[in-house]
Design a protein around this ligand. Structure first.
Ligand code: FE2
Ligand code: FE2
Length: 224
């Protein structure tokens, strides 16, 4: 079903249920989406047949209730989906996570200093993402949706969007490391557990969001 020479971006485009499997194995299907499955596994020193088996079982579990294929949406519908699902989610989730990570770092930072890194990385994500969402909504997306949008502006905005996605990808990687793969210790309190569950959900949502922008939206406007 899945070929080890398929790129990881293509695998998620064809089977969105594979995204959490890649997330779990720290295979970046957004910013390093052009790697083949085999290359991505060897870069992370993972056993390719084991990852393949995980992907196949996610696909089998999901069969019968597939998501709508985002490639079938026209550009206004795709942009609308990105804003109403992912941008709206970030505007609600980030302030909550920011307060919670500050609290958990303050209370438990002595016991686990990595929580200070978690909070610092959350702050960096907020700083990077909030202006990024605004720039997309106010400049890039409107330019993509008008007939005859300025091609120079579009290419410049797409390039900076892509650059910022790479930075966000690096922050997510740091976050997962600082948060010990989102596994909480036995002594963790409810706030700590809630924070880690929220962070894992945040990572999943950002990965899907960036994947849509990098691999579904952007190719429609690739410079010729
Ligand atoms: Fe976005
Ligand atoms: Fe973006």
């Amino acid at each position: 079903m899945i070929n080890r020479r398929d790129t990881v971006a293509r695998i998620v485009l064809e089977h969105s249920e594979c995204a959490p499997v890649f997330q779990k194995h720290r295979i970046d299907y957004c910013c390093k989406g052009s790697m083949t499955l085999e290359e991505a596994c060897s870069a992370r020193e993972l056993d390719t047949p084991a990852v393949l088996a995980d992907l196949e079982s996610a696909i089998a579990a999901r069969r019968g209730s597939p998501d709508q294929d985002p490639r079938e949406l026209n550009t206004p519908a795709l942009v609308g989906h990105i804003m109403s699902h992912h941008h709206e989610y970030l505007r609600k989730a980030l302030p909550f996570i920011q307060v919670l990570s500050n609290k958990v770092a303050r209370v438990h930072g002595d016991h686990n200093p990595k929580l200070l890194d978690v909070h610092g990385t959350v702050e960096s994500l907020v700083e990077a993402l909030m202006p990024h969402l605004e720039q997309e909504e106010e400049v890039l997306f409107p330019a993509l949706m008008v007939r005859g949008g300025d091609p120079t502006l579009i290419q410049k905005e797409l390039a900076s969007m892509h650059e910022e996605h790479l930075e966000v990808g690096g922050m997510l990687d740091r976050l997962r490391t600082a948060a010990d793969e989102f596994v909480t210790p036995d002594w963790a309190c409810n706030s700590y557990r809630t924070l880690f569950a929220e962070l894992e959900a945040l990572e999943a949502d950002i990965l899907r969001h960036v994947h849509l922008e990098n691999h579904v939206l952007m190719p429609r406007f690739a410079a010729s």
